[in-house]
Design a protein around this ligand. Structure first.
Ligand SMILES: Nc1ncnc2c1ncn2[C@@H]1O[C@H](COP(=O)(O)OP(=O)(O)OP(=O)(O)O)[C@@H](O)[C@H]1O
Ligand SMILES: [Mg+2]
Length: 231
């Protein structure tokens, strides 16, 4: 479904990604893990066209999307939940959801679906989003992305700053979203949790893929256990 070929990207003169290759198959949940500064967010920003690659191509459903604008990428069926969520603090929960679905003709059924995933959002629909707890904001950011009806959901550190129980709930919901047919590319610091719910994973190190394989394989790899799983 998604293929990154030889991606080189960065900021100004600073090169971050150095010839990155990565694939996500339809229906898969693929994890992208790595240390702070490895370039994980830069990968997602490149896919969403928030930054332009200097070299390489991004293919989605077999078509080159490298030249598209961010809103066109959303229309093709990719939706990005950014690091630190990027919710619209001054809008209500409901208004944030409406903005997420601006490319679609939403019906009440669409809202029901996200309220079923995260019932707290129904209770908080009229509350200004900036006053939600961190966990609720993450739920809102994921729901907002789902309302664009993505084929591929890009998640950047959904567990960032959340308590263990909330993190568990978020990961369970990601599995549920995946089982309902959405393909997922999951960036995570929490490698344990990410490897548990993904089928395949990439380990990024200073802009390059250091390991790639099935998540089970990576969980069993001694070097990865030491470096990324704290064992
Ligand atoms: N807007 C920017 N301008 C300049 N350099 C940037 C910018 N954003 C990121 N970088 C640099 O690019 C490198 C990769 O950053 P990136 O955010 O992709 O890493 P990451 O793997 O997502 O890290 P983290 O786990 O901390 O979120 C870092 O060295 C960072 O300082
Ligand atoms: Mg990041």
């Amino acid at each position: 479904m998604l293929r990154l070929e030889g991606i080189e990207a960065g900021y100004g003169r600073c090169a971050v990604l150095r010839g990155l290759n990565l694939e996500v198959g339809k229906g898969e949940t693929v994890a992208l893990v790595g240390a702070n500064g490895a370039g994980k967010t830069t990968v997602l920003r490149t896919i969403s066209a928030l930054i332009r690659p200097r070299a390489g191509r991004v293919l989605f459903d077999g078509k080159d999307i490298s030249h598209l604008k961010p809103h066109e990428i959303v229309c093709r069926g990719l939706s990005h939940v950014p690091e630190r969520r990027g919710i619209f603090a001054n809008l209500t929960v409901y208004e944030n959801l409406v903005v997420g679905g601006y490319t679609q003709r939403l019906t009440s059924k669409d809202f029901e679906e996200v309220y079923t995933l995260f019932p707290v959002l129904r209770e908080r629909a009229k509350q200004s989003a900036g006053t939600l707890s961190g966990g609720e904001q993450q739920m809102l950011a994921i729901s907002r992305a789902l309302l664009s009806r993505p084929k591929l959901l890009l998640l950047d550190e959904p567990s960032l700053g959340l308590a263990p129980l909330v993190t568990k709930k978020i990961f369970e919901t990601i599995q549920r979203i995946s089982s309902q047919g959405t393909t997922v590319l999951l960036v995570e610091q929490n490698a344990h949790a990410a490897l548990k719910i993904s089928q395949r994973a990439y380990v990024l190190e200073v802009g390059e893929v250091r390991f790639a394989g099935s998540s089970k394989e990576l969980q069993a790899n001694d070097e990865i256990r030491r470096a990324y799983l704290g064992e």
